[in-house]
Design a protein around this ligand. Sequence first.
Ligand code: ADP
Length: 201
Amino acid sequence: MLKIGLTGGIASGKTTVSDHFSRLGVPVVDTDLISRELVQPGQPALGQIADRLGEEFILPDGHLDRPALRRHVFSRPEARRILEDILHPAIRRETERRLKEITGIPYALVVIPLLVEKRLQDMVDRILVVDIPEELQIRRLCQRDGISSTEAERILQAQANRQQRLKAADDIIDNTGDPASLPARVHTLHDYYLSLATGGN
Ligand code: ADP
C-alpha cells in the first residue's frame, strides 16, 4: 500500500482536495479525525490525559474540554510533550490499522495537517502539499471560521511556514486559483500515484 501524506497549512484546502480524491474512490485516513475519536469518553487516551494532566480537563459529561486543554499546553512545553506522548503513538497505531484494512486499491491518502511540524514524514511514502500564499490563507481562514485577521495570523505563527512545507513536498497542489481547476489536477496525481503504486512510471 503506497501511503500519500496530504498536508498543508490551516485553510490551505486539505479537506477540499481530499474530498476530490475521495470522489475518485481513494481511501482517505484523516489523522485529525482519529485524534478526536481517540479522546471520546471511554477511550484509554482520555483516561491517560486525566491521570497525567489533570481531571479538570474532563467535563462533567465525560467529554474532553478541548479548549481548556489547548490553552493549558499552549504555553507549557512539558505538558504538550506529555499530551503528544499519549496521542501520537495511538494515532500512529490507529492509522496503521485503518491502512491495513484497505483492499482493492494500491494507494491511500493519509491527511496529516502537522506532518512537517511534528516530523511525521516516516508515516508516509510521499508527501503532497496543498500550497497557497500566506495572505490568501489568512483570508480564507477568516472567511471560513469567522475570526479576525489578528487571530488568523496568530494561528499561522504556530505552524510551519510555507517554505518549510514546500521543502518537504514531493508533490504540490497549487490551490491559489479557481477551485474548478482542482479536479483535473487531482486526477493527474491520482493516475500518477496509481502508476507508482503498481510499479509503473
Ligand atoms: P483545510 O482543510 O486545509 O483547513 P479547507 O479545505 O477547509 O482547508 O479550505 C479552507 C476554506 O477555503 C474553505 O472554506 C474552502 O471552501 C475554501 N477554499 C478551498 N479551496 C479554495 C479555492 N481554490 N478558492 C477559494 N476558496 C477555496
